[in-house]
Design a protein. Structure first.
Length: 230
């Protein structure tokens, strides 16, 4: 049997599964007649077969397993001293703290279609969505990416631009690159601390340049945690 292991990953895995099943011992069978005829010349997998198996297995892994935040290069060559792959929504957070200025530069990146929106923020006083102060980004009807701070003061926030947050927010911008939305900002660290509750989110719809409600299932209700900018 000859096949291209580089293009038929699932077929490769099925072939190995069938081979292993055939090689299983049949001593436990009550009726020896049920056992398939033995292989005339049992052999271990050849190096080529093993290589194909490993390649096929790797090719079927999710793409998120193949690339971590540290392997990403921003389009304008921005560099951040630290990054973390967030546990939900395929998102990543990049940051670099300026201790002398008591600020942190951040970039939040998440997969999204051109019709949707993404957001990331901090909750200075509690955990979860309500009370969070976030930055939301989406593709405006004029064709450009927009990003602005907003207050998440309820489970149905207006998503309107906020006049001010409880901490300074500067240099806010956003990009849409390779089906991912990226938010950039510089934040003043509240009270000189470095550890905060964080939330992040994505929604599939923007109507009249206003982000609409996100899903209330799965990862969308799990996207919260803490971050230490130390």
């Amino acid at each position: 049997m000859i096949w291209n292991c580089c293009t038929d990953s699932e077929g490769t895995l099925r072939w190995f599964q069938n081979r292993l099943t055939y090689l299983q011992p049949h001593a436990a069978l009550k009726n020896p007649a049920e056992a398939p005829p033995p292989l005339t010349k049992p052999q271990m997998a050849t190096p080529f077969e093993l290589l194909c198996f490993l390649f096929a297995l790797a090719s079927l892994l999710p793409s998120s397993c193949a690339q971590t935040c540290s392997g990403y290069t921003f389009s304008d060559n921005k560099v951040f001293s630290s990054c973390t792959d967030l546990p939900h929504l395929g998102a990543s957070l990049y940051y670099g703290r300026d201790a002398s200025a008591n600020t942190v530069s951040v970039a939040f990146k998440a997969p999204q279609t051109s019709a949707g929106w993404v957001a990331w923020g901090l909750n200075p006083n509690a955990t979860g969505m309500v009370g969070s102060q976030a930055i939301v980004a989406f593709l405006h009807s004029n064709g450009s990416m927009v990003a602005y701070p907003t207050q998440l003061d309820s489970y149905a926030p207006s998503m309107a631009p906020a006049a001010a947050l409880s901490f300074p927010v500067n240099d806010v911008s956003a990009e849409y690159v390779d089906k991912e939305m990226i938010i950039f900002a510089t934040l003043g660290l509240v009270g000189g601390g470095t550890k905060f509750n964080q939330v992040w989110q994505e929604g599939s719809t923007v109507s009249n340049d206003v982000p609409k409600a996100h899903s209330t299932r799965g990862d969308n209700i799990k996207s919260l945690g803490t971050v230490d900018f130390q």
